[in-house]
Design a protein around this ligand. Structure first.
Ligand code: ADP
Length: 393
């Protein structure tokens, strides 16, 4: 059985074709610059096929993708594709799990799309393009927010006028839920139990920390939008909102300009003035660049802040997991964070931390909390949900 996982953005569409018998990726790639000019890249059996081609809209991208799956002999017939799973960024409190797309789901998606105006409408374009191209194949939607729907009200409510919640749906929704759920299930397999206290650190270009108890999310660092929580590649994370008016006035900026600064010009990039990429920051840190050292320490500190908060919330922690681009690859970030956590009895094996590739335990046997690196796999999670929903149909 083959399933396609789709992540559609406003001008791009990423795909992974997965063989569900062995959970291996058969082919993957990206269609980019949709609506601008168009380019695609497909990876299959160690080769990369890429070409500039006109992509007027998402339907063009889907049609060319399906054509290429046949032409490159990735599949013999499109009938081999039994389901398409779509990542959707915001499910609000309307969706607490993945579902098969039908008219009711489409209507609900339409009604909440303004909660993630940059993402949800694009996700929906991907869904509609597949519904048109493969009308007999079920589509499913897998939400970044769904895993966080188990947070209780005391956690998701903001200490602002209560009417904002009632009238405008202002509350914490979180993000990266599919990744945190993948980590939770993987930890459950590793520990061979569903009863554990986990802090899952998804730290890539975007970053969020999630507290999990007995398989369920109890709190997460992102908020109403993915701008909240820890500092990230280009996002500030939590700040005092009173910072904004004096800067807006001094620089003659609108609220949109300043939110754009917080999303695109802050975090590692803004603080260091070097780059949003941890590899560049690490290089400068190793050369003793003063601002790089300050940024690196602040970055580790913000992650530590959330881990400490969740340690108390969970009343202890069995396991901390590092995942995503930085969590999986930056041993310096893991080292600085774990050094900050020594007072909780955290002890890492420096060699294991430095040389870690893939899924690995990097704490020592003496450590009071197990520290793991686990590569995340959101595409597989989307495909697994799709398979499970199709089976139930
Ligand atoms: P996103 O999905 O949020 O775009 P990823 O999880 O793919 O992000 O993470 C991308 C980030 O991971 C890069 O911006 C970079 O900071 C970091 N990264 C990737 N590879 C490495 C590496 N080898 N060492 C350190 N950091 C890395």
């Amino acid at each position: 059985m083959k399933i396609i996982s789709i992540n559609a953005g406003s001008s791009s569409l990423k795909f992974s074709l997965i063989n569900m018998e062995n959970e291996n990726v058969i082919a993957n790639g990206v269609f980019e610059r949709i609506g601008i000019d168009g380019h695609y890249k497909i990876k299959f059996e160690g080769k990369t096929y890429e070409e500039d081609t006109e992509l007027k809209n998402h339907s063009d991208a889907v049609n060319i993708l399906l054509e290429k799956l046949i032409n490159l002999k990735i599949v013999k017939s499109l009938d081999e594709i039994e389901g398409v799973g779509h990542r959707v960024v915001q499910g609000k409190d309307v969706f607490d799990k993945s579902v098969i797309v039908d008219d009711d789901v489409l209507q609900k998606l339409e009604s909440i799309k303004h909660f993630a105006p940059l993402h949800n409408p694009a996700n929906m374009l991907g869904i509609k393009a597949f519904m048109k191209a493969l009308p007999n194949v079920p589509n499913t939607v897998v939400f970044d927010t769904a895993f966080h729907q188990t947070m209780d009200k005391e956690t998701y409510i903001y200490p602002v006028p209560y009417e904002w919640y009632e009238k405008y749906g202002i509350r914490k929704y979180g993000a990266h839920g599919t990744s945190h759920r993948y980590i939770t299930e993987t930890v459950s397999d590793i520990l061979n139990t569903k009863n554990f206290k986990l802090i899952s650190c998804h730290i890539g270009n975007g970053a969020s920390i999630t507290a999990v108890k007995d398989g369920k999310c109890v709190d997460t660092s992102m908020g109403f939008t993915p701008l909240a929580g820890v500092m990230m590649g280009t996002r500030s994370g939590d700040i005092d909102p009173s910072i904004l008016p004096p800067v807006m006035e001094a620089e003659n900026k609108t609220i949109d300009d300043i939110i754009n600064d917080l999303n695109k010009h802050s975090g590692i990039l803004g603080m260091s003035g070097i780059s949003s990429d941890m590899r560049d920051l690490t290089e400068a840190y190793n050369k003793n660049d003063e601002r790089a050292i300050l940024t690196m320490n602040k970055y580790a500190r913000r992650i530590t802040d959330y881990i400490a908060q969740y340690y108390v919330l969970l009343k202890g922690t069995d396991i901390i997991v590092f995942t995503a681009g930085i969590g999986e690859n930056s041993f310096l970030t893991r080292k600085l964070v774990c050094d900050n956590l020594k007072c909780l009895g955290v002890e890492i094996d420096e060699e294991k931390n430095k040389n870690c590739h893939g899924k690995e335990l990097i704490s020592t046997p003496n450590s009071k909390i197990k520290i793991y690196v686990i590569p995340t796999d959101e595409e597989l999670m989307i495909a697994k949900d799709t398979l499970n929903l199709i089976k139930k149909k």
